[in-house]
Design a binder for this molecule. Sequence first.
Ligand SMILES: Cc1cc2nc3c(=O)[nH]c(=O)nc-3n(C[C@H](O)[C@H](O)[C@H](O)COP(=O)(O)OP(=O)(O)OC[C@H]3O[C@@H](n4cnc5c(N)ncnc54)[C@H](O)[C@@H]3O)c2cc1C
Ligand code: FES
Length: 489
Amino acid sequence: MLPSKVESLWMATTPETNFPELDRHIETDVAIVGGGIAGLNVAFLLKRKGLKVVVIDSTYIAAGTSGNTTAKITSQHHLKYAFLKNSIDKKKAQIYADSNQWAIKEYEKIIKKENIGCDFHHMPSYVYATTKNGFDDIKKEFEVTRELNLPSSIIYSADNLSLDIFGAIRFDSQAYFHPRKYLLAIAGKINTDGCYIFEKTTATDIQETEESCKIITDKKNIKAKYVIIATNFPFYSKEIFSSQIRQELSYVFAVRLNTKIPEGMFIGLNDQDLSFRPHVSGKKAWMTVGAIHHFLDEKYTAQVDYEQLYRYATKIFDIKSVDYKWAAQDSYAKDRLPYIGFMPKSKRVLVTTGYSAWGMTTSLVSAKLLSDLITGKKNEWESLYSPSRIKKANNKNVPRAGKGGEKMDLKPNEGKIVEENGEKLAVYKDESGKVTAVSAICTHMGCTVGWNNKDKTWDCPCHGSRYDKTGKVIHGPAVKNLSKKEIEL
Ligand SMILES: Cc1cc2nc3c(=O)[nH]c(=O)nc-3n(C[C@H](O)[C@H](O)[C@H](O)COP(=O)(O)OP(=O)(O)OC[C@H]3O[C@@H](n4cnc5c(N)ncnc54)[C@H](O)[C@@H]3O)c2cc1C
Ligand code: FES
């Protein structure tokens, strides 16, 4: 049986946050838009360097992708190093390896020094192959990881798993933690001594001058020497990133097993392969298991659901109970590298995005790099991650989705796109039969949203914005709600 509620293990086992809205104009050294792991890590490092910081979040901190992750802290990011060496060069692949290995050790230091109880455990990670071709790729990856001095080895079978594998690449001394326990702890340390966190405050624009920046929000405004955009998919300068980054959705369960939970953090090479890891918290132990990655396109409702993940999972594991189920999106960069640094042509606005499903280490790498850039300290990682590598933005591959014009034969608790007087409307009928209509045109860059019948949301196929059934933004990059419309019934 699957739980009816959609809630991650991390959200369910930590208290809700209740930071105030931004109720006054405020001035600071660095303003950070977005209170996920990217925003909070950089706020924490900047404050440690003695700068005043303000973090704002449109909803609640640590409740977006970072509250719905699986939180493996690894420098093993699927098969990456042979790709980086071949597509860029060995020197840059070395920077990726070193910076992410640094982040694992730095988490351990922070957690120890600040005495943060967040279920941090060391554990090896594995990428496994269930086909011969896949294992050939793993062997190539292994050769490159050895050149880069990563802690890798090859294994040919996986103990405690009823999983036929050709082999796997193992990285030692990796880790996992409870992401919200960590993030709520550092949030508490950020929000003191002239530094602040504000929730339910959405940034809608940034005005930049030579000397400072102003963030315009739906509440009051913030003046800052520097602004960091840490909104996962950047809400600002959207035309720069819209053709380079897309959001992908994945599904996760936290399960208990009738058998021993495998020791190790695993991810497979194929679409149907699973990503899984133990989570031990005091006397309790779960295993997170996830799979299925796709854009919010028309395939969404047809192919993907929690039952499918359950079918994949029960092929391998003897599941006692599925205690939690959830889904979340992350931003994937076309060239598989995060964008971290000053916005192209800007001296005061910095950005961090494109973690491509590996944001635990890359967000801390980002925090270090951004804080060095702001304080004028040289950092050799800059050249690899710099957003200036974006060539001239082009939006050719932004799909214009949705045909509209369907008949209004709506069932209760269902939505549909209809066309009225040449305008596309997103129409929803609630349980009681009441119909509400909003514009179907995504407020980010004008694609047509589609109805997601599983989550009962309006989803945009272009860059992954999501709106609730009444058209309210629940996931960016969009910052404005779908506008209300009248409809003739
Ligand atoms: C299912 C899943 C499993 C994953 N597993 C792993 C893993 O095992 N290991 C790993 O390394 N990575 C993993 N990742 C990736 C990792 O979780 C993400 O890369 C990371 O959490 C992204 O953090 P973030 O701070 O960029 O985004 P978020 O946590 O989404 O934070 C962005 C914040 O910005 C706010 N915001 C947005 N727009 C505005 C605005 N205009 N004004 C104000 N605030 C705004 C949002 O409300 C949100 O709180 C996984 C991702 C997914 C989806
Ligand atoms: S147009 Fe970009 S998310 Fe909708």
